[in-house]
Ligand binder design. Structure first.
Ligand code: CP
Length: 315
């Protein structure tokens, strides 16, 4: 694998999940693959889970790891071509990405969307420029429109905990006070649409995701009907795709509570984290027996390790 930016870069998602679960049982079996190999993890935005789990996964595989919080520690980057750099930008992405590629065998990149320019965000301008210019395999640590390592960890978690061959999985929109990207729900949806699950998306009117990511999903504005008999509920806020980046207020009643779980099949509740307690998701669920958010975060390590293993095998 030379690029991991979406589910479309994966030859066989069932095989990748199986491989991740094998690595979980035996994390250090492939240290020879990463010996004398270096990964650079470049963050243009904050991270806890992605940074720590990917670093751990790479170390398990015997790799050297370099982390650069480029938003705080690097030179201010110019992303546009054809401009005279007489403003605040110090270095052009053309030199920066090419130089990074001299030091590493694999590059990981986190680049959030602006939520102001939909065309630029959905064109993945920053991520694609790094892919084009760095000259080494690239793994997405969350881009403007997708978070594939998160979605793989989510699928691994569902595979581990499901009690029937084809569970009902519901992506349920949650309230928030800030405009959040659509990357996690886009990505979760496109992975679930390829997995062997019965998949429903529930959100208030006006919060439709781009159809590019939801082909095959059942979509409803009725949270209660969506939750009926659910085996897994994936709670997540996102801002509007149209008008782009808008926060739609007055939907506090969409927060998941224990009372709403009564009509489910004792559903397990997921969230990618970080989560705002009693805003996005009730504390009673997070602290209760239905929450699997910590196990889900734990599986980020095995998701990253399975992907890095396939990348190392193709170097
Ligand atoms: N879920 C997730 O990607 O967490 P971080 O933003 O902390 O990496």
């Amino acid at each position: 694998m030379k690029l991991f930016s979406s589910v479309n870069d994966v030859a066989n998602i069932n095989y990748l999940v199986k491989e991740a679960l094998e690595l979980k049982k035996n994390p250090f079996a492939f240290q020879h693959l990463g010996k004398n190999k270096t990964i650079g993890l470049v963050f243009m935005n904050p991270s806890l889970r992605t940074r720590m789990s990917t670093q751990k996964a790479a170390t398990n595989l015997g790799m050297n790891v370099m982390v650069l919080n480029i938003d705080k520690e690097g030179w201010a980057l110019e992303l546009r071509d054809g401009v005279k750099m007489d403003g605040t930008s110090v270095e052009h992405i053309r030199e920066a990405a090419a130089v990074m590629g001299q030091y590493v065998d694999i590059l990981g990149l986190r680049s959030f969307p602006s939520l102001k320019d939909r065309e630029a965000d959905y064109g993945e301008e920053i991520f694609n420029k790094f892919v084009e210019l760095c000259g080494v395999p690239v793994i997405s640590l969350e881009s403007a429109t997708r978070h594939p390592l998160q979605s793989l960890a989510d699928l691994i978690t569902i595979e581990e905990l499901k009690t029937k061959p084809r569970p009902k999985v519901v992506l349920s929109w949650a309230p928030h006070v800030k405009a959040l990207p659509q990357a996690v729900p886009n990505s979760f949806s496109e992975w679930m649409c390829k997995a062997d699950v019965d998949f429903t998306i529930a959100h208030p009117a006006g919060l439709e995701l781009s159809e590019e990511f939801t082909q095959g999903a059942n979509i409803t504005h009725n949270q209660q009907s969506a939750l009926a008999d659910a085996d897994f509920i994936y709670v997540k806020n996102w801002s509007a795709f149209e008008p782009y980046g808008k926060v739609i207020p007055s939907h506090e009643d969409w927060m998941l509570t224990n009372d709403k779980l009564r009509i489910t099949n004792n559903a397990k509740v997921m969230h990618c984290l970080p989560v705002r307690r009693d805003l996005e998701l009730s504390a009673e669920i997070l602290d209760g027996p239905n929450s699997i958010v910590i196990k889900e975060a734990s599986n980020r390590e095995w998701a990253a390790q399975a992907v890095l293993k396939q990348m190392l095998e193709s170097l």
